[in-house]
Design a protein around this ligand. Structure first.
Ligand code: RAM
Length: 353
């Protein structure tokens, strides 16, 4: 799916601010022992063939991760690279470290990682970089001094603002809301929740009260139980905002089969295929997401561009990402995929992922 298509599909109410978040140009000399590239990027360097790129998502048993890495596999096919997938079954903070160490021993060229914790993975990632391996964080960032670039699905600011707006619209403008997040350490969810909280502090959100941020750890059962717990603890709750595809599906499943159906709204970030039934049965009015496959696709193109010397991770460097078109690296090595799509009963059947 192209960025243009996504742009066209964004609902007017949730058009997101796409300006990159502030920050400085990546400083190649910074960071706790980080191995940094001093090579100057050459945008005209030939793309290397045979680049070995391993994907290490937050966890393997999450449909979202499966879609993400399918895009990476497709891109490496186009680039004549070698695709590999490894990863833990849970998204806990240190669950990825042993996988990184093995990938170093296997002499991969690029590691693509959705970090379960920004710092727990850093020593291993920097060992990888010292061994000449390029590190592309995607979906959930590692600390910026232990990766070369970060593929962000949309701007952090934009996603946080969209979550706040969803909560406000679905509450009718006032009342109690709660967040059902992924793990307490997840870089991406924590960054979005921080923006959400800043939004809620603004006068236009004064009538909304955030009761709690609960954590379902991107585990279906735990997320289901946390959703149930929120509704029991806060009888006046109007909206559950789940910025995780696992959490929103579990919360919707609980609400759809309970007496809260029709009274408590569920929204956040979900995949259309996991949410379709809950949109059709009226439990979920709207939610948002990007195409996860495009994140993996873009991560693979960035990985090969890094390994080929076309980019080094600095602000302003440009590279080509196949069917997605041209991208420019922003502040702090961040590459933004594009705006998310908002899904509702009117458009959900146009999407199949
Ligand atoms: C879950 C994961 C992932 C996040 C999506 C929205 O699948 O936590 O990291 O980006 O939700």
């Amino acid at each position: 799916m192209s960025r243009r298509f996504l742009t066209g599909a964004v609902s007017a109410g949730l058009v997101l601010v796409l300006a990159a978040c502030g920050g400085t140009t990546k400083d190649d000399s910074s960071g706790s022992g980080a191995q940094q590239s001093t090579a100057t990027a050459n945008p005209n360097a030939a793309a290397k063939e045979g680049v070995k790129m391993a994907f290490l998502p937050k966890q393997l048993n999450n449909p979202y991760s499966d879609i993400e890495v399918s895009g990476g596999k497709a891109a490496l096919g186009e680039l004549k690279g070698e695709y590999k997938l490894v990863g833990p079954n849970d998204a806990s903070a240190s669950s990825q470290v042993s996988y990184i160490n093995t990938l170093i021993q296997q002499q991969q060229d690029v590691i693509g990682i959705a970090a379960n914790d920004p710092n727990a993975v850093c020593p291993s990632l920097n060992q990888a970089r010292s061994a000449g391996i390029k590190v592309v964080a995607f979906d959930s960032d590692a600390a910026k001094d232990c990766r070369d670039v970060f593929i962000n699905q949309a701007t952090t600011q934009g996603i946080g603002e969209a979550l706040a707006k969803q909560a406000k619209d679905l509450s009718g403008g006032s009342g109690e809301i709660a967040v059902l997040s992924a793990t307490p350490n997840a870089t991406n969810q924590n960054a979005w929740i921080e923006v959400l909280k800043k939004e809620l502090a603004k006068p236009e959100y004064a009538s909304l009260k955030l009761d709690k941020v609960a954590y379902g750890n991107d585990d279906d059962q735990k997320s289901f139980q946390e959703a149930q717990g929120l509704l029991q603890s806060f009888p006046n709750l109007k909206v559950i905002v789940a910025p995780t595809t696992v959490g929103i599906a579990a919360a919707a499943r609980y609400v759809s089969s309970s007496s809260y159906k029709g009274k408590v709204a569920v929204t956040g970030l979900g995949t259309p295929n996991q949410m379709r039934a809950f949109v059709k049965d009226g439990t979920v009015k709207q939610f948002a997401l990007w195409n996860p496959a495009d994140i993996g696709y873009l991560a693979a193109y960035a990985g090969v561009a890094l390994k080929s010397g076309q980019i080094s991770g600095k602000d302003g460097e440009k590279f080509k990402a196949g069917k997605l078109g041209d991208y420019t690296i922003g502040a702090n090595g961040e590459i933004v995929l594009g705006p998310p799509t908002t899904f509702d009963a009117n458009n959900i059947d146009k999407f199949n992922f």
